[in-house]
Design a protein around this ligand. Structure first.
Ligand code: NAD
Length: 435
């Protein structure tokens, strides 16, 4: 079992750190965000992620998991260092690896004995080499180290079970010694026969982008099919049920909606295109997936406009769901942002509610009304738009909803409401591909 430091205690770093400590390793999750570390040291979890509190508390109690602000110290005391800081989109559409390289510099300056430096953040192909160069530049005493690319595939909302029971672990690592270290870190999974895919650094980096871009393609594809269903009067739910039962296709990521969001697909698809451009290659399918995704936001907005017969000015609309998907408080690139901003542009007054993401959205869009229940959000509204597929919205009492609203008009961008019930209650409604 290894002594590990995870640098960056965000969605990926915290789940990975807690998960790796659950595998029996001693882990220090470090971060420059003092407030975050203080919260964690008080036993509070800074993000909403189901079962994460249990996982963290269990490992803190057993003294395998600690949190620190002192990134330098945590580097010096580790045998394996995971880098899990953010790689947001830069102005050109590429992944911004500035923070990654800053961390590499800090690691280089603090190397005091052999370590494996392992990147979990999603980084463009070729970043591993850059990280190695930066570490070497600051590694004054020529201390031995190895590098590993270990991309992370967890999904927010299911991050804990994804991390503890992954489909595979990808290890892009050249040296046998470092591979053995990594095998030891993931020993629990290895013993349980989780496939460990041992490959080169570049291949590991590529696998992550190829996986995310493929899933984004699947979402855009099903959104286009749903839009066509809208026009020809077919039912996308039955189409996806039949498609998904084909073993070659699988039902996952075949849910039509307002388009993909979150901190990964939007930036990772663009970054892959950016990398391909460097080699004079077009990624036409991914380009199309992005275009379809942008159009899907516009299509949802047009649906609201049509439901209200073009009269948006001074209307009151309730937006139910702000997170980019259910079971997370993450609003990065959420479709709800585009819809809300466009409604604000059209002088609509908005009452928003999300079971856990009100505070995250408030930081981005402070000037709308945030409510603490769906009932208070929809009260006396001219229309309701469901943007996130929370179970709470699936279970809404539609009679109560109708009574509370000024006019019973609803756009269900996640296809979670019962159409017969909406018809029985004489709602004016629309959805994605279920006319
Ligand atoms: P995040 O923004 O939630 O977390 C990043 C953390 O790094 C923050 O807590 C920040 O304070 C910390 N940090 C920044 N600079 C630092 C420094 N110099 N030293 C120490 N800590 C520092 O990001 P995230 O969503 O966890 O994503 C991290 C990486 O993982 C990204 O590359 C992302 O693409 C990838 N990824 C994300 C997901 C996901 O679902 N969120 C899934 C797979 C991969």
């Amino acid at each position: 079992m290894k002594k590990i430091t995870v640098i960056g205690t965000g969605y990926v770093g915290l789940v990975s750190g807690a998960g790796i400590s659950d595998f029996g390793n001693n882990v220090c999750c470090s971060d420059i965000d003092k407030e975050k570390i203080e919260l964690l040291n008080k036993g509070e979890i800074p993000i909403y992620e189901p079962s994460l509190d249990e996982l963290v508390n269990r490992n803190v109690k057993s003294k395998r998991l600690i949190f620190s602000n002192n990134v330098e110290d945590s580097v010096q005391s580790a045998e394996v260092i995971f880098i899990a800081v953010g790689t947001p989109e830069d102005k050109t559409g590429n992944a911004d690896i500035t923070t990654i390289l800053e961390v590499a510099e800090l690691i280089g300056k603090n190397l005091n004995n052999y370590k494996v430096i392992c990147t979990k953040s999603t980084v463009p192909v070729g970043t591993g080499k850059k990280i190695i160069d930066v570490i070497n530049k600051y590694n004054q005493n020529n201390i031995e180290f190895d590098y590993c690319s270990n991309p992370e595939f967890l999904r927010e909302g299911k991050a804990v079970s994804d991390f503890l029971h992954p489909d595979r672990v990808v290890l892009g690592v050249a040296s046998k010694k470092a591979y053995d270290y990594m095998k030891d870190v993931y020993r629990t999974l290895y013993i349980n026969k989780t496939p460990l895919i041992h490959t080169t650094i570049e291949t590991a980096e590529m696998i992550k982008y190829a996986a995310n871009a493929f899933l984004a393609l699947k979402i855009s594809y099903i959104n286009e099919v749903a839009n066509l269903c809208d026009e020809i009067g077919a039912d996308i739910n039955i189409v996806t049920e039949a498609l998904g039962s084909d073993g070659r296709i699988s039902p996952k990521f075949l849910h039509p909606g307002p388009g993909f969001g979150g901190s990964c697909f939007p930036k990772d698809t663009k970054a892959l295109i950016h990398v391909a451009k460097k080699y004079d290659l077009d990624m036409n399918t991914i380009d199309a997936a992005i275009k379809t995704n942008n159009y899907q936001r516009i299509r949802m907005f047009n649906k609201i406009e049509n439901l209200l017969e073009g009269n948006l000015k001074n209307k009151k609309i309730a937006v139910l769901g702000l997170a980019f998907k259910q079971e997370t408080d993450d609003v990065r690139e959420s479709a709800a942002i585009d819809i809300i901003l466009e409604l604000i542009n059209r002088e609509v007054s908005i009452k928003a509610y999300d079971p856990v993401a009100n505070d995250s959205m408030k930081k981005l869009i402070p000037d709308i009304e945030y409510k603490l229940s769906w009932q208070s959000a929809v009260k006396e509204c001219d229309a309701v738009v469901i943007m996130t597929e929370w179970n709470e919205f699936r279970g809404m009492n539609l009679e109560e909803l109708k009574e509370l609203m000024f006019t019973p008009i609803i756009l269900d961008t996640r296809n979670i409401l019962n159409i017969s019930e909406l018809k029985r209650l004489e709602f004016k409604f629309d959805n994605v591909g279920r006319k």
